[in-house]
Each structure stands twice: as structure tokens, then as C-alpha cells.
Design a protein around this ligand. Structure first.
Ligand code: HEC
Length: 129
């Protein structure tokens, strides 16, 4: 009886663990996937501006507020209504930038895989938050 109970505990922990493992966003994978953004964005603290703004601390921050960056009018207008970058709008933005903000000057087709977006968002969160 006791043995069975212990077995049950072990089995359920393994299931729980693999469930978490399979479904949690992965910062390391996000870092790798961020290679697609690197042509235009740095993400280190104090990193320089490229074609796009440095993304250090961007999660939860005001949209279009990185100093020195010349944003499109479209993104600035969006900033007035949406305020900050959160899970939800960042996810839509990365899936299809022009779908969220038609006249943005971020020329990027978007990440079609939800997993890639989740991982990149986890990575962005880990950089400056
Ligand atoms: C070809 C260059 C380019 C690529 C590739 C690119 N971006 Fe951008 N990104 C920009 C530009 C330019 C802007 C400013 C857009 C505007 O002003 O409309 C921007 C804006 C952003 C913003 C909003 C910043 C703010 O200050 O509010 C985020 C977040 C962002 N990009 C994330 C990403 C991520 C993550 C990737 C990779 C999946 C990526 N970008 C790929 C050029 C790029």
C-alpha cells in the first residue's frame, strides 16, 4: 500500500514536471530565436540603436519611448492608445507587425509559430525586468 502511494507520487511528479517543461516558455530558445531581430535591434543594457531601438527593458515599458529613436507616426499614435508593451500586444506585434500597426516602419514579416513568440517574449522579459 505504502509502496503504491510512493509510486503514485513519483509518477505524478514526473508528469507535472514534463508538463511544465513542455509548456513553459524557454528563455534560451528565445535568445536563439532573437537572432532574427538582431539585424535591427540590440537588447543589452546601454546597447546602441540600430535600425530599430535598443530593446533593453522594453517589456512593461512605454511604447515608442526609447531616447534617440525616430519612430513612425503610426507607432507613436498606437502608443497613445495602448500605453505599454504587455504579453498580449507584444504577441500580436511579433506575429504580424503590420497587422497590429499598419504603417509601422518595422519591416518584419512576423513569427508564425506561437512557440517562437512565447520564447522571444520570455527572453525580452529577462532582459531588463
Ligand atoms: C528590419 C529591421 C527590424 C527587424 C528585423 C525587427 N525589428 Fe523591431 N523594430 C524595427 C523598427 C524600425 C522599429 C520602430 C517601428 C516604428 O517606429 O514604427 C521597431 C520596433 C520594435 C518594437 C517596439 C519598440 C518600442 O520602443 O516601443 C519592438 C518591441 C520590436 N521592434 C521587437 C522586435 C523583435 C522581437 C524582433 C524579432 C522577432 C524585431 N523587432 C525585428 C525594426 C526591426
Amino acid at each position: 500500500m505504502k509502496k503504491n502511494f510512493i509510486k503514485l507520487i513519483i509518477i505524478s511528479s514526473v508528469i507535472l514536471f514534463s508538463y511544465n517543461f513542455a509548456y513553459s516558455a524557454d528563455i534560451d530558445a528565445g535568445k536563439k530565436a532573437f537572432a532574427k531581430c538582431k539585424a535591427c535591434h540590440s537588447i543589452k543594457e546601454g546597447g546602441k540603436q540600430k535600425i530599430g531601438p535598443n530593446l533593453w527593458g522594453i517589456f512593461g515599458n512605454d511604447i515608442a519611448s526609447v531616447k534617440g529613436m525616430k519612430y513612425s507616426k503610426a507607432l507613436k499614435r498606437y502608443a497613445e492608445e495602448a500605453g505599454t508593451w504587455q504579453e498580449d500586444n507584444l504577441n500580436k506585434w511579433l506575429e504580424n507587425p503590420k497587422g497590429l500597426i499598419r504603417k509601422t516602419k518595422m519591416v518584419f514579416p512576423g513569427l508564425k509559430k506561437a512557440e517562437d513568440r512565447d520564447n522571444i517574449i520570455a527572453y525580452i522579459k529577462s532582459m531588463g525586468n
